[in-house]
Design a protein around this ligand. Structure first.
Ligand code: NAD
Length: 281
């Protein structure tokens, strides 16, 4: 039986640590604040935004809420970001994705000051991560590192395989594992023999976006398996990219879906709000 890596528990610990730190800052007269911008009323985005604001409230972080109509133009959104970039009472800026089709996402994300980019998507922060300078790190992969380390698993010297090379998960994930001295291989949709590579992994991070694709035939006995995927199956039940029933008996440890990586993303966003205060000093 694999050990279950409990993302709910670990994310709660991180939020409590952030809360304690925010309260210390408050005592010294520093307020931590996050601007949360949503354009349009996509129901899934509304749920994410609500959860982010709830987490802010829990941690004592002030959230500045901007719920803009679907018809908001790119220029209007850029103007808001420029204003927030300048405001001293705003530490972090988060633009909920996806944006409506008439707005160029890349242009918007590039406009956010790298010092307020709590999602870690700005090219300056991506560059800082790759050369080991301080900056913001994308929340989901940062959360995966916390899950592995706080569950007591060593990364240094281990064979780490990442499936997926997206800008928000796969690539930063690989950089972070490398920073922790793992021996890292990144695989993707064009990898010739995926199983041959994943079977080598002591630590396997799966971020493919394909429900239950990774079964036991991809996994080495005793591997630590982290499932970033999140989907609804035919019965409307949440599942990941990993076939949990198949992999659990061979893995040393595994994250469940839900309750694994999912809750870590918001916890790391809260942590990044603290980083924003540090970086802006
Ligand atoms: P993406 O679609 O941007 O990237 C998927 C990657 O998987 C690509 O790099 C592609 O090359 C690779 N891939 C696709 N098919 C493959 C195959 N057959 N073999 C090997 N590689 C293959 O997705 P993403 O944004 O990185 O997200 C991945 C998953 O993680 C999704 O299920 C997404 O919903 C989930 N996700 C969860 C969180 C969270 O907070 N838990 C956050 C972000 C993403």
């Amino acid at each position: 039986m694999a050990k279950l890596i409990d993302g709910k528990l670990i994310s709660a610990q991180i939020k409590d640590e952030v809360k304690a730190e925010v309260s210390k800052l408050k005592e010294s007269g520093v307020t931590v604040s996050l601007a949360v911008i949503q354009v349009g009323a996509d129901p899934a985005s509304s749920v994410y935004v609500r959860n982010k604001k709830k987490a802010c409230e829990y941690c004592g972080i002030e959230s500045l809420s901007y719920e803009l109509p679907e018809e908001t133009t790119e220029e209007e959104l850029l103007d808001l970001i420029r204003e927030l970039n300048k405001r001293a009472d705003c530490n972090g800026i988060l633009v909920q994705l996806p944006l409506p089709k008439h707005i160029n996402e890349e242009r918007i994300l590039d406009e956010i000051s790298p010092l307020k980019d709590v999602d870690g998507f700005h090219p300056v922060n991506v560059g800082c991560l790759s050369i080991g300078k301080p900056g913001f790190v994308s929340c989901t992969p940062a959360g995966v590192i916390e899950l592995i380390k706080r569950s007591g698993y060593e990364i240094a010297g281990k064979e780490c395989v990442v499936i997926g090379r997206s800008n928000i998960v796969g690539k930063p994930m690989a950089m972070l594992l490398l920073k922790e001295n793992g021996t890292v291989t990144v695989t993707h949709s064009k990898t010739a023999d995926l199983k041959a590579v994943t079977k080598r992994a002591d630590i396997l991070v799966v971020a493919i976006g394909k429900p239950k694709m990774i079964d036991a035939s991809y996994v080495k006995d005793g591997a630590v398996v982290i499932d970033v995927g999140i989907h609804r199956d035919a019965d409307n039940k949440l599942c990941g990219d990993v076939d949990f029933e198949s992999v659990e008996p061979v893995a040393e440890a595994i994250t469940p879906v839900p309750g694994g990586v999912g809750p870590m993303t918001i916890a790391m966003l809260m942590k990044n709000c603290l980083t924003s205060v540090e970086l802006q000093k």
